[in-house]
Design a protein around this ligand. Structure first.
Ligand SMILES: Cc1cc2nc3c(=O)[nH]c(=O)nc-3n(C[C@H](O)[C@H](O)[C@H](O)COP(=O)(O)OP(=O)(O)OC[C@H]3O[C@@H](n4cnc5c(N)ncnc54)[C@H](O)[C@@H]3O)c2cc1C
Length: 410
């Protein structure tokens, strides 16, 4: 057993659990350390799944069948009046972050997942890297996987110049109980992925599993996102400031968002989006928002360390690829380790060669899709993209999907 590769995964969200499950199945000795002490399953929102994600789930030991989520037949674009402007038949399974997290946790040995362990630093040694925790503990491994998200502590230590850049807009999000829907809004919205195209904004929604993974009619939820501009030095700072005047630059917890911002969102919904989506915004208990960022890392490996998921690259959510990319990173890393037995340095180089290129590609692709948010002066190419992605036809055939061409599939 002494020649098993010892791996420490930092971060027990989806990216970390994909890597942990795959490497555990590749006979590595894997431990996961997660900052949050309690179960993470309640966090996050909806996820549109793709074939690549299904492959990664299977490689992680998860059975992919109808219990994964809700099968939707396709997509529609609607105008603010509610009139359908484009429709596209494209069966997809939509699910929730919480459901995927539960499946991946169940596939991984419980005793190897340690909550309440916040990594504060890593110390490279000759053959192993030491991981130090805020609680005074430490752990060593031949390979440390940084799956600690967009604000990665490990990336900040290794590559301090690689930082997320705010894209100039936020994604307001929420989950609404199916039982709260009016009959009319339910009939209009609950069966597919619907985009409401506004002037320089976008509202979208789709059904997902309910609490306790409920898939039966009446027990499900509706997941929605509303992309809205917020200037970095103005509206964004106000949104990030709670009632006590404290600013939360790295993201404000939902319960601290000032009620006046939620009230303004609901008023704007009545004015700007279709009546059915305005109902969704009004009846969702706790809408919250996330600033949209681009993150492009200059490097994703160092001796004995690999960055994966949002720690490595963050593409804007318009291609719905965040989780699939994290899963693809985990697959590529596992493959590189399997095909370079006993040579971790070579394996890490192979991983970086493949995923650095893909990460750059997907960030650029999602940035182009996000051109519908652009305002003010534009180059002719920016104007072309803005106009293209303000059209229902292009949105329903290109959003929430892997790009048609890519240097390497996820
Ligand atoms: C508006 C919006 C909509 C989205 N929609 C989709 C979608 O439809 N489909 C999709 O695939 N993706 C979507 N995404 C993206 C998706 O949520 C992320 O890409 C995905 O969760 C990445 O997972 P991760 O494990 O890399 O990082 P994260 O989920 O951020 O996890 C990082 C983990 O590390 C832990 N951690 C952080 N620091 C430390 C530390 N120092 N020590 C120990 N642990 C630590 C955190 O607590 C957390 O559990 C969306 C994102 C946004 C903002």
């Amino acid at each position: 057993m002494t020649n098993r590769l010892r791996v420490v995964v930092v971060g027990g969200s989806l990216g970390g659990l994909f890597a942990a499950n795959m490497l555990h199945r590749a006979n590595c000795d894997v431990l996961v350390y997660e900052r949050v002490p309690e179960e993470l399953a309640g966090r996050g929102a909806g996820i549109v799944t793709h074939d690549e994600l299904h492959d990664a789930l299977r490689a992680s030991g998860v059975t992919v069948d109808d219990s994964l989520g809700i099968r939707i037949p396709g997509r529609r674009a609607i105008a603010p009046s509610g009139q359908v402007t484009a429709a596209y038949s494209l069966p997809q399974i939509v699910t929730s972050w919480g459901h995927l997290h539960r499946l991946l946790r169940e596939a991984f040995p419980k005793e190897r997942f340690m909550g309440g362990h916040e990594v504060i630093a890593i110390e490279p040694g000759t053959d192993t890297t030491c991981v130090r925790f805020a609680n005074g503990a430490s752990s060593s491994a031949s390979l440390v996987i940084a799956a600690d998200g967009v604000r990665s502590t490990i990336r900040a230590q290794l590559f301090p110049d690689d930082k997320p850049r705010y894209a100039g807009y936020v994604g307001w999000r929420g989950m609404m109980e199916e039982s709260e829907f009016s009959t009319r809004a339910h009939a209009e919205l609950f069966h597919d992925l619907t985009f409401c195209l506004l002037n320089g904004e976008q509202f979208l929604g789709y059904p997902v599993a309910g609490p306790e993974d409920g898939l039966m009619p009446g027990k499900r939820r509706y997941n929605w996102v509303w992309y809205r501009p917020a200037a970095e030095d103005g509206a964004l700072q106000d949104l990030l400031t709670d009632t006590s005047g404290k600013r939360h630059p790295d993201g404000i917890p939902p319960q601290l968002i000032r009620p006046e911002h939620v009230a303004a969102l609901r008023r704007d919904a009545v004015r700007l989006v279709s009546p059915e989506f305005a109902e969704v915004a009004a009846r969702t208990k706790q809408p919250f928002f996330q600033p949209i960022v681009d993150l492009e890392s200059s490097k994703i490996v160092a001796p004995g360390v690999a960055l994966i998921g949002d720690a490595a690259f963050v593409a804007r959510p318009h291609c719905g690829m965040g989780v699939t990319k994290a899963a693809g990173d985990a697959m590529a890393l596992t493959r590189a380790i399997r095909t370079n037995p006993g040579d971790l340095g070579r394996a890490l180089q192979a991983y970086e060669n493949e995923r650095l290129q893909f990460g750059r590609f997907i960030v650029d692709h999602a940035r182009r899709l996000g051109s519908f948010m652009r305002a003010g002066q534009m180059t002719s190419e920016q104007r072309r993209l803005h106009d293209r992605y303000s059209q229902g036809e292009a949105v329903i055939t290109e959003f929430a999907l892997p790009p048609l061409t890519s240097p390497h599939p996820a």
